[in-house]
Design a protein around this ligand. Structure first.
Ligand SMILES: O=C(O)C1=C[C@@H](OP(=O)(O)O)[C@@H](O)[C@H](O)C1
Ligand SMILES: C=C(OP(=O)(O)O)C(=O)O
Length: 445
């Protein structure tokens, strides 16, 4: 999080139903990738609907420092990216400041791993605690060299391999960031780089690499995906349209489900199956969500979502769905706190290494507003209120730990509370969803 100001506490009060039509900003994962691939394609890539959140702007600034030209003339224009070509990234003159963004850091480490340049990465207090060993390990096999801080964290220095070696790597954790880092390193590596994914994760990198003209083959067998990229690719500049971010839409889907009388349409939401797990889980719980006019935008499935208030039932969430909703668990926990009966989740160890430990942060936050929560090693079990509003915060504030998704989830909890919920800092929301509060006002008007 880059904002230099002091923490900005905010109380989110219960109010009327969410109604009308809203549009959430562009997908964060796709926006990062559009800038990165645009920066490697010679010529002009134009990106419409790019998310202008701090995380994506950190990626843009870094690629500017690595030689690409990234700008837009007027507020409503698409972004223009003039790329340098695969293999032609320049040595940056100063440290690459990654702010709060794990995706920027890990994917850029992949890009730099196969360029013979040296770069330093720094991040905020949250990012500086997150594990980088998971990318350092495979990228070292390619030939890159790393000097991380103790524990394998930021700040770190790295030097890319002058002659990168193609590897075959089986992912030890289901992580689209690790997969993408290796595939991006493979772009400038002679031969075929292979990633084996025992558990499928979001596939935006594969889709977009193909869109830019790289040769990428994907084989599926018994749930395992093998992805091969042919190196020393020549990328062709593209016109990209970024669909709305399902991870941002999630807060409004749950808010409209929880607040009585709500009837909301969220337009243009990305529904890539590797991202759509929350909608499936909410439907299993009894939510009323209809996809209208399913279509394809920029090589990704998209629809408008019509969401009406409904009473939810607790369920046991299938851990196999976790990768397809990995960022949506904080808001699912809020939904579970208002459902009838018990919701259990498991297999969520990865939530402990996001912007915060999201299991611990949400267990503490929900308990503070009167929900009944048990924390286990790999999930939460929540006994819902059956629709009765949560108490809210009566003294003290919810600690958000520099985590935008904790802040937005607890803001939604405030809408479904008696006294409102006060969060300690709304600044981190700017990393992924700067318009969140304005859209909430719009939907409640
Ligand atoms: O590749 C991506 O764009 C992302 C992958 C996920 O992280 P992991 O790969 O660490 O699971 C997700 O949590 C993050 O918000 C974005
Ligand atoms: C985990 C997230 O992002 P990142 O890893 O890019 O910081 C997120 O947006 O929830």
């Amino acid at each position: 999080m880059n904002s230099p100001s002091l923490p900005q506490p905010r109380r989110f009060m219960p109010a009327g139903p969410l109604r009308g039509r809203i549009r959430v900003p562009g997908d964060k994962s796709i926006s990062h990738r559009a800038i990165m691939l645009g920066a490697l394609a010679v010529g002009e890539t134009r990106v419409t609907g790019l998310l202008e959140g701090e995380d994506v702007m950190a990626t843009a600034a870094a690629l500017g420092a690595l030689g690409a030209t990234i700008y837009k003339e007027r507020a409503d224009d698409p972004w223009s990216i003039h790329g340098v070509g695969v293999g032609a990234l320049l040595q940056p003159e100063s440290a690459l400041e990654m702010g709060n963004s794990g995706t920027s850091t890990r994917l850029l480490m992949g890009l730099i791993a196969s360029h013979a340049i040296t770069a330093a990465f720094t991040g905020d207090a949250s990012l500086s605690k997150r594990p980088m060993g998971r990318v350092i390990e495979p990228l070292s096999r390619i030939g890159a060299q790393f000097t991380p801080s103790p524990g394998g964290t930021l700040p770190l220095m790295m030097t890319g391999a002058p002659v990168p070696v193609p590897i075959e790597y089986r992912l030890p954790v289901p992580s689209a960031q690790v997969k993408s880092a290796i595939l991006l390193a493979g772009l400038n590596t002679a031969g075929i780089t292979t990633v084996i994914e025992p558990v499928p994760t979001r596939d935006h990198t594969e889709r977009m690499l193909r869109g830019f003209g790289a040769r990428v083959e994907v084989e599926e067998s018994g749930g395992t995906r093998t992805i091969r990229i042919h190196g020393e690719a020549d990328l062709r500049p593209q016109a990209i349209i970024v669909p709305g971010d399902p991870s941002s839409a999630a807060f409004f889907i749950v808010a409209a489900t929880l607040v009585e009388g709500s009837d909301l349409v969220i337009e243009n939401v990305g529904l890539n199956p590797t991202r759509a797990g929350l909608i499936e889980v909410l439907r299993q719980m009894g939510a009323d969500i209809t996809a209208i006019e399913p279509r394809e935008v920029g090589g990704e499935p998209v629809a408008d979502l019509h969401v009406r208030h409904s009473v939810l039932r607790g369920i046991e969430v299938d851990p196999a769905l976790a990768p397809s909703m990995i960022d949506e668990f904080p808001i699912l926990f809020v939904a579970a706190a208002l459902a009838q009966g018990r919701t259990t989740t498991s297999g969520l160890e990865e939530l402990r290494v996001k912007e915060s430990d999201r299991l611990a942060a949400m267990a503490t936050a929900l308990a503070a507003v009167g929900a009944r929560v048990e924390e286990t090693a790999d999930g939460l079990a929540i006994d819902g209120s059956g629709g009765a509003p949560l108490r809210g915060t009566t003294d003290g504030r919810i600690e958000t730990h520099l985590d935008h998704r904790i802040a937005m989830s607890m803001a939604v909890a405030g809408l479904a509370s008696v006294d409102g919920v006060e969060v300690d800092d709304v600044r981190p929301i700017g990393t992924s969803f700067p318009a969140f509060e304005a859209l909430l006002e719009q939907a409640r008007a």
